[in-house]
Design a protein around this ligand. Structure first.
Ligand SMILES: [Zn+2]
Length: 380
């Protein structure tokens, strides 16, 4: 039955419903003083819903008694494990309904199938999620942390995800992405000294927060975002040099790619175009070199030192180039040079956090959007 300390005395089927008669075998004691000298006052039958048997709805039939305690003089109705007072469903049944809702069956469909109202399903689900979050073992800060923002609602704006990159788990979700809105949460957070590494995209606000609250942590930039920003500025600068050519769809796709992703045909096509524009060819070559430099990973200290030299020369080249977009890129890379250099030493990136964001979007779609951030957080 999924309940301890009960004995089944009879099972019969009435009008397509299974009725299980059960008897409680445990000892009865006063809930106020634990006394066992009791006198019987009244009796009544409870019929809570229980886990379905296949397609048939299932009810328990359980006699409950009212006792008077001789030690403290108070009266009480007998309590049962797994069937809470005044509830008309047993805990295994509530859990099974919540599990189905968790797996994606909408509450109205579930309500129709199980003869419950959708509001009941929602109320139970809140209880279930609080139960699950209570079972969560560790509340300490993870050693390797991923931080990223994601969109929540139009009214409440963005939320920030704190992700445990080592164990592939979400640590917490907090509403807001600005310093002011995260300050309170980070202030309360326990075990901040444990954090050794924080992975993030190129957001200056997060960097300032991390430096302030995780003094021992090393910040590592996310490779995907660094290469994306290089590509973005390069494409914008191409638009300034050749406004006509940069509208060509085929060329856009070729220019954006890494060199190793081009087929021989595509390579030829691109070379033919670049030959007409020597300045652009120079910039293109430079961008390819820079991207390959940024793709380097898990190197030792000596190799990293060489790479750092190359990287600093590249930044200097960008800042002296005289093209507005490239100068801007050079300045961005300059301000993040330490975090980017950490990418060569470590392999971690924020891909796990981004993957969780996809799952969180699915949750939002399943629920047809959340209004209450606490419900959303609990669900995540
Ligand atoms: Zn008592």
């Amino acid at each position: 039955m999924g309940l301890p300390e009960y004995e089944v005395t009879a099972v019969d089927e009435v009008a397509g419903q299974v009725r299980i008669k059960v008897r409680f075998k445990g000892r009865v004691s006063c809930p106020h003083c634990e006394g066992t000298k009791l006198r019987l006052k009244d009796r009544r039958v409870r019929r809570p819903r229980h886990e379905s048997w296949g397609m048939r709805r299932c009810f328990l039939e359980l006699e409950t008694r009212k006792w008077r305690c001789d030690s403290c003089g108070r009266s009480f109705w007998q309590r049962f494990p797994g069937i809470l007072p005044r509830l008309r469903a047993s805990e295994p049944f509530r859990r099974s309904v919540c599990q189905k809702h968790f797996d994606g069956i909408s509450r109205s469909r579930l309500g129709k199938r199980e003869a419950l109202s959708s509001a009941t399903v929602e109320r139970w689900f809140g209880w279930y999620l609080r139960l699950l979050s209570g079972e969560k073992t560790s509340t300490e800060c993870p050693r390797i942390l991923g931080i990223d923002e994601h969109f929540f609602t139009r009214r409440q704006g963005y939320a920030t995800t704190f992700c445990d990159l080592k164990n592939h788990k979400i640590h917490d979700v907090v509403l807001g992405r600005s310093e002011a809105s995260l300050e309170g949460y980070l202030h309360r957070l326990a075990g901040k000294d444990r954090v050794e590494m924080v992975c993030m995209d190129l957001a200056a606000g997060y960097r300032a927060l991390v430096k302030k609250h995780f003094p021992k942590a090393r910040i590592v930039a996310d490779r995907f975002h660094v290469i994306r920003i290089v590509n973005h500025h390069f494409m914008a600068s191409w638009k300034e040099i050749d406004p006509e050519g940069s509208k060509h769809r085929g060329l856009i796709s070729l220019m954006r790619r890494h060199r190793h992703n081009l087929s021989p045909d595509q390579h030829q096509k691109l070379s033919a175009y670049l030959k007409e524009k020597p300045v652009l060819e120079l910039i293109y070559r430079f961008k390819q070199r820079l991207c390959y430099l940024l793709k380097e990973k898990h190197h030792n200290q000596k190799k990293c030192r060489q790479l750092a030299g190359r990287f600093l020369r590249d930044i200097a080249f960008l800042r002296d180039s005289g093209l507005a977009q490239l100068v801007q890129l050079g300045n961005t890379l300059h301000s993040w040079r330490e975090e980017i250099a950490c990418m060569w030493r470590f392999t971690r990136n924020n891909g796990i956090t981004e993957g969780f964001h996809t799952k969180m979007e699915v949750l939002q779609r399943q629920a047809y959007g959340f209004r209450n951030f606490n419900n959303y957080r609990l669900r995540v």
